[in-house]
Design a binder for this molecule. Structure first.
Ligand code: SF4
Length: 441
């Protein structure tokens, strides 16, 4: 039989990237070979994102390109997975994708071997494989950095969000599986691990007896961080994305564990109580600021990032100004700013009018974007003349290396490709908004 080749297209968040690492490992185990171009493949799988309409439009665009390919290669099999397939409970999205052969939620990837046999892409497959997708060992895309999913799904039902529909309710992996994965990563030379979950800090271990007797924490996420911090060889631990309501005293305390990155990404979404209520975020502006105060008491120098949605249903200028003032008060280092777009099937789409004009949304986005750049430019000046440790991720053909610092700032410096994967000390000469430039010392 000819070598069957596959190509993966991954859109969206780190969770999707991690899921694609599982997909790749599953397809490798079936004897398929990954190729860089869809033109060379017999199977193309697109791991989709549904976070905004623009993200779904990109999926439709990519599927149109693949449909063109099918005209020259009618045996090409096209699959779509990820959040778009997961949230399509009434089949309306599927109906718009007639050129797609396989359309399945992420967790159903365990059935791929059987589907590929049915489509005669592979011979019989009688290998025993896990029937839970989170038990599939990922094929990590980097030898020194790894994403480790600790949960999938979400119980929060924020009114604008598709995740609880696309991925279902929160499901936590056993601590024993997570720790075995991190132990193996540390032993193989991985220096940075990022724990992933939709509300990562609400993690509840199904097997808390797996935590060490001397673990000082009873909160399961704090306990997990403590365990992960114990692995020798691991240099840095990071996690995303926490929910403000699950920032317990113990999780805040664990931010100061020795291997924790000096950065926390804590989504706020709005500074207006009325917007937070309509979004069903289940905290007020004051609650959020109180969490920030407690974090600063434990770790005064921590860098903070957030997610903000502008132009949510009914957002007035005054409400938007409350977000601006919250941004100033917290002095975030970075924010992922989203213009609200209704997602079909969500409570906000059903119950609220998307009544902020496109121009107002864009203007508000621009205003916050400018504030963010002004803030981070000012905040970054403190790095000029300082020495920071950088985990090198890339070196280009001009000999410029780059990677993240302990504060999750991108640092660039002259170096060479053999620095990739190493931690290098760099003295910063110039601090810009998004990049710190310096020299290795
Ligand atoms: S916490 Fe809210 S925004 Fe985050 S994944 Fe859950 S429902 Fe979506």
């Amino acid at each position: 039989m000819l070598q069957v080749k596959y190509h993966l297209i991954t859109l969206g968040c780190q969770m999707n990237k991690s899921d694609s690492e599982r997909l790749a490992s599953l397809l490798d185990s079936l004897g398929l070979q990954e190729v860089d171009r869809p033109e060379e493949a017999n199977l193309v799988i697109l791991n989709s994102c549904s976070v905004r309409q623009a993200a779904e439009d990109r999926v439709f665009g990519r599927v149109r390109e693949l449909a063109e390919l099918k005209r020259t290669n009618p045996r090409l099999i096209v699959g779509v997975t990820g959040c778009m397939a997961g949230r399509d409970t009434d089949g309306r999205i599927r109906a718009k994708l007639p050129d797609v052969d396989l359309f399945f939620p992420t967790a159903d990837m365990v059935h791929l071997p059987q589907w590929l046999v049915e489509r005669r892409l592979i011979d019989v497959d009688d290998t025993k494989r896990p029937q839970e997708y989170l038990k599939i060992a990922p094929r990590y895309s980097s030898p020194y950095q790894a994403f480790v999913s600790i949960q999938t799904g979400c119980n929060n039902f924020c009114t604008y969000c598709v995740v609880p529909y696309a991925r279902g309710l929160e499901k936590n992996r056993p601590a024993a599986d997570i720790l075995a994965e991190v132990r193996a990563l540390a032993a193989s030379g991985v220096s940075e691990v990022t724990l992933l979950g939709q509300t990562v800090n609400s993690y509840r271990a199904p097997d808390p007896e797996g935590f060490s007797k001397d673990n000082p924490y009873t909160d399961h996420f704090a306990a997990l961080l403590w365990e992960v911090n114990q692995f020798e060889g691991l240099g840095r631990v990071h996690f995303t994305a926490p929910h403000p309501n699950s920032m317990t005293d113990q999780v805040i305390d664990a931010l100061a564990l020795p291997k924790q990155a000096n950065y926390l990404h804590l989504p706020v979404q709005s500074g207006s109580d009325e917007m937070l209520r309509k979004m069903n975020r289940k905290y007020s502006r004051a609650d959020f600021l109180n969490v920030i105060r407690r974090i600063h008491e434990r770790k005064p120098e921590i860098c903070l990032g957030t997610d903000i949605i502008v132009g949510f249903c009914g957002e007035t200028e005054e409400m938007f100004e409350e977000t601006v003032s919250l941004y100033r008060e917290v002095d975030f280092d970075i924010a992922y700013l989203a213009i609200y777009s209704p997602r079909t099937g969500t409570p906000a789409w059903r119950a609220f009018k998307d009544d902020v004009t496109r121009d107002d949304k864009k203007r508000r986005w621009r205003r916050l974007h400018d504030l963010m750049e002004e803030t981070v430019r000012r905040r970054n000046q403190k790095y000029a003349g300082q020495t920071v440790s950088v985990l090198v991720e890339n070196c280009n053909s001009q000999g410029i290396c780059s990677g993240n610092s302990w504060d999750m700032k991108i640092v660039r410096f002259p170096g060479s490709v053999n620095f990739i994967g190493r931690t290098i000390m760099v003295r910063i000469d110039t601090a810009r908004e998004w990049v710190l430039d310096g020299q290795m010392i």
